[in-house]
Design a protein around this ligand. Structure first.
Ligand SMILES: Cc1ncc(COP(=O)(O)O)c(C=O)c1O
Length: 462
């Protein structure tokens, strides 16, 4: 006869087993081939455990490493920086991480492990090396969110569009405020809203900044949304997000922040700022790749959002009534959606190779500390900001900016600077009438000097 205590021990043992399987990314019945996913099987029937219980079990199971969970978000020193070792380079000076960040050998090795896991010959023996929930948690920790406030999305733009839809936009007569330092790729989204009857207020940049007074003047009672880039891709201007949120919330408006040029390179604290929604991709400062991003949705805003799409990754409990040996029911299946950002915005499978990269790079970023990453970048960008004007270049990044981006306005920048930068093997962002330099953990002052000497005095370019 089983005592209550024995029952409890048995349940705990099973929970631990399941938790460790979950962390290894496989289920016993998957034979190690299928990435573990709650919707792929009817494990809840067997284990009589909810996903939440499993997560708790995972968090408390002995032997599971909590090291990354307690990794400091911002270290006071940058002793390890610049870190060339983690990003060994060739003879090109890469100052374009703001376009896409290089992938480190460490992340590549993590990807290789995952590829082996997915191959026919090795898959049954090699584990994926990551778990999707753990990666989501690592990102949540980076921005000081809870993991149930974070959903995987395909990209930053996907995240922004999902929020617009979840807010019921476009809606005739609704008022939205955005600005011209927001991602230019999002301009059409707001122009489209305007064409559909939404009143869109565009705040114009002045000397590379969006004035907080302009935000205050534009937001009014009835404004639905303020949409901005926390850090502008155009010139690295950074909004005072906390202040924007205070202004917006005082009038009943919500705030969406594109954090693709913030997460991983400057401290982002969604709690401290009070921001309602935020999104980013992985291929810039999170040091991952294309195809997977994150959407933050503040917990207390979730209940008031419309679910834009239905998808099985939203489901936390599932029981079918249509297959042989199923218990009969009144419908084809009973299911419960997760009370979380995933429950609102997840759809189906997503880019697992990216998870492998992120599992590595989020630990790397966490170990260095975002504060140290920012301090290192600023030591280089401060120098650039003081030297570029001496060479006659017109700086378009505010002097006070603490972001890793520095931009200058220059007519026909691409045409005039490409030849000399190509010859010097220096890579920056070159656009029609602007160039942008972005620095990361592996850059040092010799990179900056090589850029400055390749640029030379403005006006002497071909
Ligand atoms: C500020 C900003 N937001 C969004 C994007 C586009 O991101 P995604 O491709 O993830 O939608 C970019 C791309 O450069 C960007 O700089």
């Amino acid at each position: 006869m089983c005592t209550h205590k024995q029952n409890l021990q048995e349940t705990r043992r099973e929970a631990r087993l399941d938790a460790s399987l979950m962390l290894s990314g496989t289920r016993p019945e998957d034979n190690g081939f299928l990435p573990w996913n709650p919707a792929h099987d009817d494990w809840r029937d067997e284990m009589n455990l909810t996903r939440r219980t499993l997560m708790l079990a995972a968090a408390t199971a002995p032997g599971l490493s909590r090291a990354s969970a307690s990794a400091p978000l911002s270290a006071p020193t940058s002793a390890r920086l610049p870190d060339r070792e983690s990003f060994p380079g060739g003879d090109v000076v890469y100052l374009d991480s703001g376009t896409m960040h290089p992938i480190s050998p460490g992340a590549r090795a993590a990807l290789q492990t995952y590829m082996e896991h997915r191959s026919l010959d090795l898959g049954s023996r090699v584990k994926s090396g990551f778990d999707d929930d753990q990666v989501r948690k690592k990102f949540a920790r980076l921005i000081n969110a809870d993991s149930d406030e974070v959903a995987f999305v395909q990209s930053t733009t996907a995240g922004e569009n999902l929020i617009l839809q979840a807010l019921g936009l476009p809606e005739k007569g609704a008022h939205v405020v955005t600005d011209t330092l927001h991602f230019f790729g999002s301009f059409p989204a707001y122009e489209d809203l305007a064409k559909s009857g939404v009143e869109v207020t565009w705040l114009q940049q002045k000397e590379g900044r969006i004035s907080i007074d302009d935000v205050e003047r534009a937001v009014r009672k009835g404004t639905r949304l303020v949409a901005l880039s926390l850090v502008s891709t155009f010139n690295g201007f950074q909004h005072d997000l906390r202040r924007v949120c205070e202004i917006a919330h005082a009038k009943g408006a919500l705030v969406y922040a594109d954090i693709v040029h913030a997460a991983g390179c400057i401290p982002v604290d969604v709690r401290e700022s009070g921001v309602d929604f935020a999104a980013c991709a992985s291929y810039k400062w999170l040091m991952g790749d294309f195809g997977l991003g994150f959407l933050y949705v503040r917990k207390d805003r979730q209940a008031n959002l419309r679910r834009p799409q239905s998808g099985y990754y939203q489901i936390s409990e599932f029981k079918t009534h249509v297959y042989p040996l199923d218990t009969p029911g009144d419908s084809v299946a009973d299911y419960v959606r997760s009370d979380s950002a995933q429950g609102l915005f997840a759809i189906g499978t997503f880019a697992h190779p990216c998870l492998a990269l992120l599992n590595h790079s989020l630990d790397y970023i966490g170990t260095l500390g975002v504060g140290a990453i920012q301090a290192h970048a600023t030591s280089l960008t401060d120098h650039l900001k003081s030297e570029l004007p001496k060479l006659g270049y017109q700086l378009y990044t505010p002097a006070e900016s603490k972001t890793p981006l520095v931009a200058c306005v220059m007519k026909d920048a691409r045409g005039r600077l490409s030849p000399r930068l190509d010859a010097a093997k220096v890579k920056i962002t070159l656009s029609q009438n602007r160039f942008r330099v972005s620095v990361s953990v592996f850059n040092d002052m010799t990179d900056i000097d090589r850029l400055l000497s390749a640029l030379g005095v403005q006006g002497t370019a071909a």
